[in-house]
Ligand binder design. Structure first.
Ligand code: KG4
Ligand code: ZN
Length: 352
C-alpha cells in the first residue's frame, strides 16, 4: 500500500464468465476502475440449455491470458507498471470446481511472477458487498439480498466477514425461476431479462400464480412449484397464445410478479426481525426493475444497487472484496485449494 492506496487485480472464473479487473482503492474506500475485462460464455452454453462445466473450464483457460493482455494494454496507457500492483484477488468458491481451479492456478502463477500476495475470496460474499462499490454511503449493518442464477438469500451484514443468514431458497434460485419460466414461454437460456422486459410492458394481469412458502413462520422460500404452475398456465392457454401477443405479456407479468412478490415479502420480514432498513441488492436478478421499485416502496431511499455492469458476475467485485481483506492479514492455511461449496458464514479472504 502506498499512501493508503491499493491496486488490486481481481480474477473471476467461477461459472460462465471469465473476468479480470484492475481497481485502485483509496483510504476512504473510493474505488476507481482502471481496467475491466470480461468474456462471456453465455452464447456457447445456450446451445446446450445450461452451463456445461467441462466446456466452461476450457473456455476460462483460453480467455484468461487474452483478458490479461487487455488489462496490461490499459495499464500501459495509464502508465502503471506491474510492480505497482499490491495484490491479486481470486474467486476460490463457490462455483464449478474445474472453473475455480483454472482461475486460482492462473492467479498463483501471476502472483509468483510479479511477487504479490494472492487473496482467495468468496464469490457470494463479493456479490453481497458489491453495492458498496457504487455507494460510499452504504454502511454496516445492512440486509444483503443476493438474487442470481445460482443463489437467492438474505443475509444480515454486520461487518466484513460477519454475516448471518436470514433466509434462502430451499430449491431453485430466483434467476433459475426466471430462466426456466422464460424457456417455457419460448425464450432461449438464460431468458430472465427477456421475460422481465416483456412483463414490464404491462402494469397488471388477471392471471395469478401461486406463491410457495409465502408464510411468515417459514424461514425459507421456494420457486420450484412456480415452474410447474407456469407450465400448466401456458399449456392451458396454448392455442390463444399463438394469436394473442398480449396474453404472453400477461403471463410474463404474472410470473415476474410471483417471483418479485415473494422476495419482497421475505425482505419485509427480514426488516421486521432485524430492524435494519438498508437493503443492498446484488446478483444478476438485481437488474430487475420491478424488484428494484417494489423494494424501494418497502424501504424508501435505502435500497442500494451495484453498478449495472456489476449486477451479474464480474471481477471488479472480486478485486474490491480482496482489497477489504488485504489489510486484515489473515493467514491462508490451504493455498491453491478451491471450495465449490462455501457458505459465507465461514470467513474468506485469507492471504497466501
Ligand atoms: O449473477 P448471475 O450472473 O448468475 C450467477 O452467478 O448465478 O445472474 C444471472 C441470472 C440469470 O438467471 C438471468 O436470467 C438473471 O440473472 N437476470 C434477470 C435479469 N437480468 C438478468 N432476471 C430477471 N430480470 C432481469 N432484468
Ligand atoms: Zn454470481
Amino acid at each position: 500500500m502506498k499512501n493508503g492506496v491499493d491496486l488490486v487485480l481481481g480474477i473471476e472464473t467461477s461459472c460462465d464468465e471469465t473476468a479480470i479487473s484492475l481497481i485502485r482503492v483509496g483510504p476512504d474506500r473510493t474505488v476507481e476502475i482502471l481496467s475491466e475485462q470480461i468474456a462471456s460464455q453465455v452464447e456457447l452454453h445456450a446451445l446446450y440449455g445450461g452451463v456445461v462445466p467441462e466446456l466452461a473450464s476450457r473456455e476460462h483457460f483460453k480467455a484468461l491470458p487474452l483478458l490479461f493482455e487487455k488489462v496490461t494494454q490499459d495499464m500501459q496507457r495509464l502508465k502503471i507498471s506491474l510492480d505497482q500492483i499490491t495484490a491479486i484477488a481470486v474467486t476460490r468458491g463457490p462455483g464449478l470446481k474445474g472453473c475455480l481451479i483454472v482461475g486460482v492456478q492462473f492467479a498463483h502463477g501471476l502472483g509468483d511472477a510479479i511477487g504479490v500476495p494472492v487473496i482467495g475470496v468468496n464469490h457470494i460474499e463479493a456479490h453481497l458487498l458489491s453495492p458498496m462499490i457504487a455507494s460510499q454511503e452504504l454502511s454496516y449493518p445492512f440486509l444483503g439480498l443476493i438474487v442470481s442464477g445460482g443463489h437467492s438469500e438474505i443475509h444480515l451484514v454486520k461487518g466484513l466477514g460477519n454475516y448471518s443468514l436470514i433466509c434462502r431458497t430451499i430449491d431453485d434460485a430466483a434467476g433459475e425461476a426466471f430462466d426456466k419460466s422464460a424457456f417455457l414461454l419460448g425464450f432461449d437460456y438464460p431468458g430472465g431479462a427477456q421475460l422481465a422486459a416483456l412483463a414490464d410492458q404491462s402494469e397488471s394481469s388477471k392471471l395469478r400464480l401461486p406463491r410457495a412458502m409465502n408464510d411468515q413462520r417459514k424461514k425459507g422460500f421456494s420457486f420450484s412449484g412456480l415452474k410447474t404452475a407456469a407450465s400448466l398456465l401456458i399449456k392451458k392457454h396454448e392455442a390463444e397464445l399463438e394469436k394473442d401477443s398480449r396474453l404472453k405479456v400477461e403471463i410474463a407479468f404474472a410470473i415476474q410478479e410471483a417471483i418479485v412478490e415473494l422476495l419482497v415479502r421475505k425482505t419485509r420480514l427480514a426488516i421486521k426481525s432485524t430492524r435494519v432498513r438498508q437493503i443492498a441488492l446484488s446478483g444478476g436478478v438485481s437488474a430487475n426493475k420491478r424488484l428494484q421499485s417494489q423494494l424501494e416502496e418497502v424501504s424508501p431511499g435505502q435500497v442500494y444497487l451495484p453498478l449495472p455492469q456489476h449486477c451479474a458476475d464480474n471481477a471488479t467485485m472480486i478485486a474490491y472484496l480482496g482489497s477489504l481483506y488485504l489489510n486484515k492479514n489473515s493467514k491462508d492455511l490451504e493455498p491453491y485449494q478451491v471450495y465449490p461449496r462455501w457458505p459465507i458464514e465461514t470467513e474468506s479472504g485469507a492471504i497466501v
